[in-house]
Design a protein around this ligand. Structure first.
Ligand SMILES: Nc1ncnc2c1ncn2[C@@H]1O[C@H](COP(=O)(O)OP(=O)(O)O)[C@@H](O)[C@H]1O
Ligand SMILES: Nc1ccn([C@@H]2O[C@H](COP(=O)(O)OP(=O)(O)O)[C@@H](O)[C@H]2O)c(=O)n1
Length: 218
């Protein structure tokens, strides 16, 4: 397939979404926020009071759920016809997403849904396994990270700005737990692709990161 893909993987709060959206806009490419697919499935399971350990039921839910994305400056996500955008960002949703994302059966169902985002003229894909699994053949790959403390501070500020109640120590602890689960799982763990450009954004501004990523695609 000749449609180019730029993958941006990394831990929570590294800046993947912010950088991916900006780079996609600059390049005029499509954007896939793969985490929002796992988050939407988690919301659906929580709403239906399905036990998050019940792999068969969660897998069936993944098969049946209908997601629609609209992306301009912000991403709007509808789940089975209902706008759930305002519910995606919470750490409760992130933690539930990370629990169900560990199931290979669930990942298998969601694989094609993600591949379908690869459309002309190109795609920027953000997640954990974009460069290692879903778009392993991508010509451009970035592993974006930052120190846990910096990522905690960023997420804390972001949640506050969205009017979501947050506590810095709790948020930092929760994202560390989630990252550990994402790194240690057997199915598509969070690891840099061997051919990824490793970028630590702890001491970089958003614009500096965007510029470094854009250069890769030139
Ligand atoms: N290099 C950076 N310096 C400072 N803040 C950043 C940087 N990159 C991202 N941010 C901020 O950190 C928060 C988390 O970024 P986000 O893109 O949602 O991360 P991720 O998608 O990796 O979880 C956002 O509020 C974003 O504006
Ligand atoms: N490609 C992906 C994307 C997300 N995920 C899971 O979904 C969770 C939420 O992803 P996200 O990208 O929305 O999370 P943040 O980086 O925004 O905190 C992650 O903690 C992963 O467990 C995944 O397993 N694979």
């Amino acid at each position: 397939m000749n449609i180019p893909v730029l993958t941006i993987d990394g831990p929570s709060g590294a800046g993947k979404g912010t950088v991916s959206r900006a780079v996609a806009k600059k390049l005029g490419w499509h954007y896939l926020d793969s985490g929002s697919i796992y988050r939407s499935l988690a919301i659906s399971a929580l709403d239906k009071q399905i036990d998050l350990q019940d792999i068969a039921k969660i897998t069936l839910l993944a098969e049946k759920m209908h997601l629609a994305f609209e992306c301009d400056d912000v991403l709007i996500v509808s789940l089975d016809g209902v706008n759930i955008t305002h519910r995606l960002a919470t750490e409760e949703t992130g933690a539930a997403a990370s629990t169900i994302a560990a199931y290979p059966e669930v990942r298998a169902v969601l694989l094609q849904k993600q591949k379908d985002f690869r459309r002309f003229p190109g795609l920027v894909a953000d997640g954990r396994d974009m460069g290692t699994v879903v778009f392993a053949d991508a010509p451009y790959k970035v592993f974006l990270t930052a120190s846990a403390l910096e990522r905690g501070k960023r997420r804390f500020k972001q949640l506050k700005e969205k009017g979501i109640d947050a506590n810095l120590d709790k948020i930092t602890h929760e994202i560390e737990l989630r990252d550990r689960r994402d790194r240690e799982r057997k199915a598509a763990p969070l690891i840099p692709a061997v051919d990824a450009f490793y970028l630590d954004s702890s001491d970089l501004s958003i614009d500096e990161v965007i510029n470094q990523v854009i250069i890769l695609t030139e």
